[in-house]
Unconditional design. Structure first.
Ligand SMILES: Cc1cc2nc3c(=O)[nH]c(=O)nc-3n(C[C@H](O)[C@H](O)[C@H](O)COP(=O)(O)OP(=O)(O)OC[C@H]3O[C@@H](n4cnc5c(N)ncnc54)[C@H](O)[C@@H]3O)c2cc1C
Length: 496
C-alpha cells in the first residue's frame, strides 16, 4: 500500500473544504494540500444547487434568526452576526472575482429577500422586527408593507387569487442573493487544481483515520480506498479537516480526540416542490420566507424561492422535513445506528427525551400526501395547481447532538467546529446557516488550528487582501460597513 506525506488533508469536496483550501493556499502556497472526495466530482452532496435552498443567509428574511424571548422581546443579535458573517463571504468572493478567479454571474444573483406573514399577531411581530432591525446600519435598507398594491408589486404570484379577509404583512431587502454553492465550489476547486501543491482525489473514500504516536507535532494517518477499483493507499498529514458534511461525525469519532466526546448526530432529510410551469416561474422573483410550524426545526421554515441555476430561473417551495437514518443523501441507511457509541448514548437519549415536538413534527411531515403538501404551498400561492409541481429530494442535514448537564444531551441547529487541543484536526458539524457563512466558519477553523500563524503580519496582510474588513467589526462600524457593502454589491452585480 502506497503512503504519501502531505501537510493538509481535506476530507470532502464541498464548499467548506474548498473554502478552507483556498484560504490555506493563499496564506501559505508551500503547503501540500490534498482534497479527498468519495463521489465522482466535488459539490455533489449538500453543496449541490438543488440539494440546498441557495439562500445567501443574511438575516433579511429568516424569521428564526430574530426569536422573541419569554418577555416577548425580539432578539436581533443573531441576525446581526449572520449578516456580518455573510458580508465576510461576500468580501472574499468579491476579491476572487476581481482577481478573475471567480465569475460572479456563474454563482451569485440578485434575488430580493422577503418575509411574509398573515394575521394580526404575526403582523405585529414582523412590524416590531422591522423597526428594530432597520435602526441598525446592516439592515437600514429593509422595507415594510401591508399595502396590497405594494405586495402585488413585490410578489405578484403570491397575491393572485388571495382573499383580503386576512391582513398580510411583508418586509423586503432588494439586494438579497441566490447563491449556487455547487457552482461556487467547482470554481474554487478549478482554481486550486491549477496550483502545483494541490491535489484532488475523487471517487476515493477516507475509510479510517488514526493519530500517529510519536514525539513532537502530531500527525494523522488516513486510509483511502478508491471506489472504482478497490485500491488502497494511506496518507499522512499534519493537519486534517473533516469537511465531510454528514460523513464528518463517524470520522471524528474514529479520531478519538477527547473533544469529540458526547457528540452525536440527528439526520433530517428535505424535500422540495419544484415548479415545472415556465409562466409561473417568470412571475416570481424573490425568496419569501414565513414562520415555521410548531415543533418544526428552524431549517424547515417554508419558503417560496426563486433559484437561478446555470442561467435558468427555477421556482421551489419547501423544504418539507423528513425522517431518515442516512447522514448523507448518498449515504447508508445504517449511518445513524453506526453513530451510536458508549461515548454519546447519554447525549442521544437526553436529546430524544427533550425534543418530542420535533419527533411529532417529523412523523407528520413523513406521512404527508401530495395534496397536503399543496395545501401548505397554497398559503403562499392560493392558486397553485398540483399538476404544476413535482416533489424532489433535497440534501440531508445532520443536526448536532451534544452533552448538556441539565438534560444529558441537547439538539442544536447551528454549525459547530470541533477541534483537537493541539489544532491538528478540526471537524465541521451541523448545517445552519451553512454555506453562506463558509468563509467565516473556515476563518474560525484557522483561528483554532493555526493560531500562531494567524498572529503573524504575513497572514494578517493576506487575510486583509482577501477580506478588506478582516479583524474589524461591520456590526459596530457603520462607515466601514458602507464602504465594504458598496464594494461587494457592485462587484457581485447585486446592486440592481
Ligand atoms: C435542504 C437544505 C437546504 C439548505 N439551504 C441552505 C441555504 O439556503 N443557504 C445556505 O447557506 N446553506 C444551506 N444549506 C446548508 C448547506 O448546504 C451546507 O451547509 C453546505 O453545503 C455544507 O457544505 P460541506 O462542504 O460541509 O458539505 P457537503 O457539501 O455535503 O460536502 C461534504 C462532502 O464530503 C464527502 N464525504 C463524506 N464522507 C467522506 C469520506 N469518508 N471520504 C471522502 N469524502 C467524503 C461527501 O461525498 C460530500 O461531497 C442547506 C442544506 C440543506 C440540506
Amino acid at each position: 500500500m502506497a503512503t504519501s506525506d502531505i501537510d493538509v488533508l481535506l476530507v470532502g469536496g464541498g464548499i467548506m473544504s474548498a473554502t478552507l483550501a483556498v484560504l490555506l493556499h493563499r496564506l501559505d502556497p508551500t503547503l501540500h494540500i490534498c482534497m479527498v472526495e468519495q463521489l465522482a466530482d466535488v459539490a455533489l452532496e449538500s453543496s449541490d444547487a438543488l440539494n440546498n435552498a441557495g439562500t445567501g443567509h443574511a438575516g433579511y428574511c429568516e424569521l428564526n434568526y430574530t426569536p422573541a424571548n419569554r418577555q416577548g422581546e425580539i432578539q436581533i443579535r443573531r441576525a446581526l452576526e449572520i449578516n456580518a458573517a455573510f458580508e465576510t463571504s461576500l468580501q472574499c468572493w468579491s476579491t476572487l472575482v476581481k482577481e478573475g478567479i471567480l465569475q460572479a454571474d456563474g454563482f451569485i444573483q440578485r434575488v430580493p429577500h422577503m418575509s411574509a406573514v398573515w394575521g394580526a399577531q404575526d403582523g405585529a411581530f414582523l412590524r416590531k422586527r422591522y423597526e428594530l432591525l432597520r435602526q441598525h446600519p446592516l439592515f437600514a435598507d429593509m422595507q415594510w408593507t401591508q399595502s396590497s398594491d405594494t405586495l402585488a408589486d413585490w410578489m405578484p404570484l403570491m397575491m393572485t387569487g388571495r382573499s383580503t379577509d386576512v391582513t398580510m404583512s411583508a418586509t423586503r431587502v432588494a439586494y438579497g442573493s441566490d447563491v449556487n454553492f455547487g457552482a461556487l465550489t467547482r470554481q474554487l476547486v478549478a482554481y486550486l487544481q491549477k496550483q502545483p501543491n494541490f491535489s484532488l482525489l475523487t471517487q476515493t473514500k477516507v475509510s479510517a483515520l488514526k493519530s500517529l504516536a510519536g514525539r513532537g507535532q502530531r500527525r494523522w494517518q488516513a486510509k483511502l480506498q478508491q471506489l472504482a477499483n478497490g485500491e488502497k493507499q494511506t496518507l499522512q498529514a499534519s493537519f486534517v479537516f473533516l469537511g465531510a458534511g454528514g460523513g464528518a461525525l463517524p470520522l471524528l469519532q474514529q479520531s478519538g480526540i477527547p473533544e469529540a466526546y458526547g457528540y452525536g448526530g440527528f439526520p433530517v432529510s428535505g424535500q422540495w416542490l419544484i415548479c415545472q410551469n415556465a409562466a409561473l416561474i417568470g412571475r416570481h422573483h424573490a425568496k419569501v420566507y414565513s414562520q415555521a410550524a410548531v415543533g418544526a426545526p428552524p431549517m424547515s421554515v417554508p419558503h417560496l424561492d426563486t433559484r437561478m441555476i446555470q442561467g435558468q430561473a427555477a421556482l421551489m417551495f419547501g423544504p418539507y422535513a423528513g425522517f431518515t437514518t442516512r447522514f448523507l443523501k448518498q449515504g447508508s441507511r445504517f449511518d445513524l445506528a453506526k453513530s451510536v457509541k458508549l461515548k454519546n448514548i447519554k447525549s442521544l437519549l437526553g436529546a430524544g427525551r427533550h425534543n418530542l415536538d420535533l419527533t411529532k413534527y417529523l412523523i407528520k411531515e413523513v406521512f404527508q400526501t401530495h395534496t397536503q403538501r399543496m395545501q401548505a404551498l397554497r398559503v403562499f400561492m392560493p392558486e397553485a395547481q398540483e399538476a404544476d409541481w413535482h416533489l424532489a429530494h433535497a440534501g440531508q442535514r445532520v443536526q448536532i447532538i451534544k452533552r448538556c448537564h441539565q438534560h444529558w444531551g441537547k439538539l442544536e441547529f447551528g454549525t459547530e467546529i470541533v477541534a483537537s487541543e493541539d489544532g491538528s484536526l478540526a471537524a465541521l458539524l451541523g448545517a445552519s446557516p451553512g454555506a453562506s457563512v463558509s468563509v467565516k466558519a473556515m476563518l474560525d477553523v484557522l483561528q483554532r488550528c493555526f493560531a500562531p500563524q494567524m498572529q503573524t503580519s504575513a497572514w494578517k496582510t493576506t487575510l486583509k487582501e482577501l477580506i478588506p474588513a478582516y479583524g474589524e467589526s461591520l456590526i459596530d462600524d457603520a462607515a466601514l460597513l458602507h464602504r465594504v457593502r458598496s464594494n461587494t454589491l457592485s462587484t457581485l452585480n447585486l446592486a440592481g
